[in-house]
Design a protein around this ligand. Structure first.
Ligand SMILES: Nc1ncnc2c1ncn2[C@@H]1O[C@H](COP(=O)(O)OP(=O)(O)OP(=O)(O)O)[C@@H](O)[C@H]1O
Ligand SMILES: O=C(O)c1ccc[n+]([C@@H]2O[C@H](COP(=O)([O-])O)[C@@H](O)[C@H]2O)c1
Length: 282
């Protein structure tokens, strides 16, 4: 293991108050001892979480089963910290609640980790290190049916729009890209409007750790569009899990044009589905 990683592990993990790592749906026994256990981690705003976010995990599951020697033992959504300051980012408590409702009510294997949500902004490389630490160091990894220990490989699950930002100057550090793609690896879900080739051209040196998953049913639901619909009083039913729609209604979320919303940034009429990422605050 790289010394840099050890340094991160021992020095940089500060947990939010009352935090504990959730692992109730982690499969601790590998079904097939010939396979490498992996955990999928999707980092993002999830403001709000949509069926497309959840669907990414199902697509990855099918892809993994059909094309790889991996076995998925768990899947996590990791909502970003409020300090990310992206337009339309609702406070972390609501985003975590909505993701939790979505996972608990629509899935048998997805979990929400609130470690990055409830503290200062954490880079994705550090978030993946945190998962690696919790799953392999604290929980001790997983076991085969005959009791052999196996370390779990943490892998990033992302849409092609997010991965294409990895080629944009000033957004990700080279060391972090090397850490994320070299040490962990990623599954990339094709996203309408963001080409896969364009997303990965400059990441060729890590090609063997990058798995591209085509979108077989075109669907460009985005959180931006959902927020826009809500502000205009339009229905978002069947775009999000019913429990999330109810939560949004009960808490009167996404109704106003408060500071930091798309309108302020000139994005109110933008329903193209793209994300507006900038170099980050740490
Ligand atoms: N329709 C989609 N197809 C493929 N990937 C998606 C889709 N929607 C979201 N993702 C991916 O999910 C992750 C988290 O996304 P995020 O929370 O930014 O959602 P978003 O819909 O892009 O949000 P926003 O519209 O607020 O920018 C990212 O990796 C993103 O690429
Ligand atoms: O670690 C980085 O340098 C980095 C640079 C750009 C984006 N990210 C992460 O990518 C995610 C982007 O989410 P979103 O909503 O902008 O699609 C979010 O979890 C960010 O923390 C991370």
């Amino acid at each position: 293991m790289a010394e840099e990683t050890v340094a991160r592990r021992t020095n940089s993990f500060s947990n939010p108050p009352n935090y504990s790592f959730i692992s109730h749906r982690l499969n601790k026994t590998l079904r097939d001892s010939n396979k490498q256990p992996i955990v999928l981690v999707a980092c993002g705003s999830f403001s709000p979480v949509t069926y497309l976010h959840l669907r990414m995990f199902e697509m990855a599951k099918d892809f993994v089963r059909q094309n790889t020697d991996f076995e998925i033992v768990g899947g996590y959504l990791s909502p970003v910290s409020d300090m990310y300051k992206k337009p339309g980012l609702l406070n972390a408590r609501h985003r975590v609640n909505m993701c939790t409702l979505a996972a608990e009510q629509t899935s048998s294997w997805l979990m929400i980790d609130s470690w990055e949500a409830f503290q200062s902004y954490q880079r994705t490389a550090v978030v993946l290190d945190h998962f690696d630490y919790e799953i392999n160091t604290v929980l001790g990894g997983v076991h085969t049916q005959s009791g052999e220990h196996r370390n779990v490989r943490v892998m990033l699950l992302a849409g092609s729009d997010l991965i294409s930002t990895m080629s944009e100057p000033g957004v990700w550090s080279h060391a972090d890209l090397d850490h994320i793609l070299g040490r962990y690896g990623t599954f990339i879900i094709e996203r309408a409007g963001s080409g896969m080739d364009q997303a990965t051209d400059s990441l060729a040196r890590w090609r063997s750790n990058i798995y591209l998953i085509p979108q077989l049913i075109q669907n460009d639901v985005s959180s931006t569009k959902v927020r826009l619909f809500l502000r205009r009083g339009l229905s978002v039913k069947y775009l999000l899990p019913a429990a999330v729609v109810e939560y949004i209604e009960e808490n009167n979320l996404y109704l106003d044009d408060g500071p930091g919303t798309e309108k302020d940034k000139g994005k109110d009429s933008d329903v193209s589905g793209g994300s507006s990422r900038k170099a980050l605050q740490s």
